[in-house]
Design a protein around this ligand. Structure first.
Ligand SMILES: NC(=O)c1ccc[n+]([C@@H]2O[C@H](COP(=O)([O-])OP(=O)(O)OC[C@H]3O[C@@H](n4cnc5c(N)ncnc54)[C@H](O)[C@@H]3O)[C@@H](O)[C@H]2O)c1
Length: 335
């Protein structure tokens, strides 16, 4: 199945299927110099399959994990491109999760003022979310994604067979982002998730439906001026939980808990039930003061306050801008 993301200045296919990685040349223009970038936590066979499909490709394996998503990490990619004499017509293929995709995409955005890159996302989170939309970034001074650029991939290849090697915990983390999209924007998708007894074995249509939501939002708001903030449902409190937990909760787990603070009534009941069924946490025992301390340094805060997404009915949402006092009230009212 192929979806398409079309925004001014970029139009690219998102190819989804099981076992399609070996067909990469059918989807990407690999008949040029290619740097395949992966990280040391990604099973090497995926990058090897891409390499085998390219006539003139070389490999760069960067240290994985969020702490390696830095200017130094991007610098390593840039230096490798330069050493290997990449020109403006050459390309990068990022094989891995959101860390590799964001960092390789950022290097592609700034090398010679922009070269092509392709995304081969291999975590569920990157397949349903980060591989599409053109946000590339690295972290700086402990602040996530604070240095970045909008630079869309020239194509995305989602081989769902790569998820076979993903741990149940990382798979569940990706489900949190999938649930996020359904809860705000697609009640039928949410109901299908509720009804499915084994999401892992039939993930492909769920990925496609989540991406349709993401593409729709990105096409309407390519540079995050307004609507795109819906994708941040659960993220304001989620980021605070992630920071306060100091490694205890993964990003998706923190977002899962964060979403419950921003939901109410029947939507909250259904959300909690679905997240728990997926093995995700729905509560954390941090005090309101602790969460507010971390929220105070949220880089998305504007002069008006925090732009929050609230869900009181599954499949729809409303934006609200809350000052610190209002947000404190919302957090402390979570039962
Ligand atoms: N650009 C965006 O729009 C956007 C959106 C959401 C998140 N993000 C970013 O995405 C990043 C998180 O991405 P992630 O959750 O994919 O984490 P990740 O890239 O760190 O991957 C998680 C771990 O899984 C390993 N891995 C990758 N594929 C695997 C596979 N198939 N089998 C086994 N292990 C595998 C990785 O090596 C890593 O150790 C964050 O940096 C976040 O800021 C970006």
């Amino acid at each position: 199945m192929t979806l398409r993301c079309q925004i001014p200045g970029a139009s690219y296919g998102i190819h989804i299927g099981s076992g399609i990685l070996a067909d990469a040349p059918r989807f990407f223009n690999l008949g040029r110099k290619v740097l395949v970038v992966t990280d040391d936590g990604v099973p090497p066979q995926y990058a090897q399959m891409v390499l085998a499909a390219c006539p003139d490709a070389s490999l760069l394996t960067v240290p994985g994990t969020e702490s390696g998503k830095t200017l130094a990490g991007a610098g390593l990619i840039l230096e490798t491109l330069l050493e290997r004499k990449f020109g403006r017509g050459d390309a990068i293929v990022a094989v891995g999760g959101g860390v590799v995709g964001d960092m390789a995409g950022f290097a592609a955005a700034i090398y010679m003022r922009g070269i092509d890159y392709y995304n081969v996302p291999t975590t569920l989170l990157s397949q349903v979310d980060s591989s599409v939309g053109g946000k590339t970034a690295v972290n700086l001074g402990g602040v996530k994604n604070v240095v970045g650029a909008f630079h869309h991939p020239s194509g995305v290849l989602i081989d769902t067979a790569t998820l076979d090697t993903l741990s149940p915990r990382l798979f569940a983390e990706g489900l949190a982002e999938l649930v996020k999209m359904a809860a705000t924007s697609d009640s039928a998708l949410f109901a299908r998730l509720e009804a499915c007894s084994d999401v892992r074995s039939c993930i492909e249509p769920f990925i496609a439906d989540a991406l349709c939501i993401k593409i729709d939002v990105v096409q309407q708001d390519p540079t995050e001026k307004g609507l795109r903030a819906v994708l941040n449902f659960g993220h304001t409190v989620g980021h605070a939980i992630e920071a306060a937990g100091q490694g205890r909760y993964l990003h998706g787990e923190s977002v899962a808990i964060g979403m419950t603070y921003m939901s109410s009534g029947e939507a909250l009941e259904r959300l909690e039930a679905l997240l728990e069924r997926f093995g995700l946490p729905v509560r954390a025992d941090f005090s309101t003061d602790t969460l507010m301390k971390y929220i105070a340094s949220d880089k998305k805060k504007t002069a008006d306050g925090f732009k929050l997404v609230q869900v009181s009915s599954i499949g729809s949402y409303k934006f609200m801008t809350a000052g610190a006092d209002e947000l404190r009230r919302i957090i402390s009212s979570r039962k």
